[in-house]
Design a protein around this ligand. Structure first.
Ligand code: URA
Length: 204
């Protein structure tokens, strides 16, 4: 049973409604819905993939290892975390267990999860009225620009926003901060690229 997204709602009302969302099966195994966070009139909105293990327990986006990487990059790019709105394309943690450990392993959300959660992301964009949206990673980019969007082709470009009926003037697609954490010897280079993409967004 899907959950209705309330029309013309502010962020608080949306978060309360999203907490009851059953539009896909991910709510069954997640601890809670992790809704977006940040000022309700932020000029920059950053969209990630889905909450991770730490976010799922704490109920806030980007408060685990990827969040710490993001904080460092925001700082270098001259953006303050408390002036951007942070959210995810999918608002429940998708995970699998392994026989050998108690750890909950991240599983990438599928197309059905991205589509089921999309109305919440749209409602956040309508409520926050950002001028620029940054998609971090392929899941966020595909949620915002459609399944045929290729991050490898458009990463770091200033993109037109597909919906003219919003306040958004432009968008930037970039890598996900978790990719930097996994990058090994390319870490510095990837981090510098990520910071450059955030700087581009902050300049618009
Ligand atoms: N990764 C994401 O995409 N979002 C979070 O909130 C945390 C990690």
């Amino acid at each position: 049973m899907a959950t209705e997204v309330p029309a013309h709602a502010g962020l608080r009302e949306l978060a309360v409604a999203a907490a009851r969302c059953t539009a896909c099966e991910l709510y069954e195994r997640a601890t809670q819905t992790v809704f977006g966070a940040g000022p309700d009139k932020a000029r920059v909105m950053l969209v990630g993939e889905q909450p991770g293990d730490v976010e799922d327990r704490r109920g806030e986006p980007f408060v685990g290892p990827a969040g710490r990487m993001l904080d460092r990059a925001l700082d270098e790019a001259g953006l303050a975390r408390n002036e951007v709105y942070l959210t995810n394309a999918v608002k429940h943690f998708r995970w699998k267990s392994t026989a050998s450990s108690k750890r909950r392993l991240h599983q990438r959300p599928g197309a059905t999860h991205i589509a089921a959660c999309h109305p919440w992301l749209d409602a956040e964009i309508t409520a926050v009225r950002p001028r620029i949206v940054v998609a971090m990673g392929a899941v966020a980019a595909q949620s915002l620009f459609g399944p045929s969007f290729r991050l490898t082709q458009h990463r770091g470009e200033l993109l037109d926003w597909p919906d003219p009926h919003t306040t958004v003037e432009a968008a930037v697609a970039t890598i996900h901060p978790s990719a930097i954490l996994r990058a090994g010897e390319k870490r510095k280079e990837m981090q510098a690229g990520f910071v450059a993409d955030l700087r581009l967004a902050s300049r618009v």
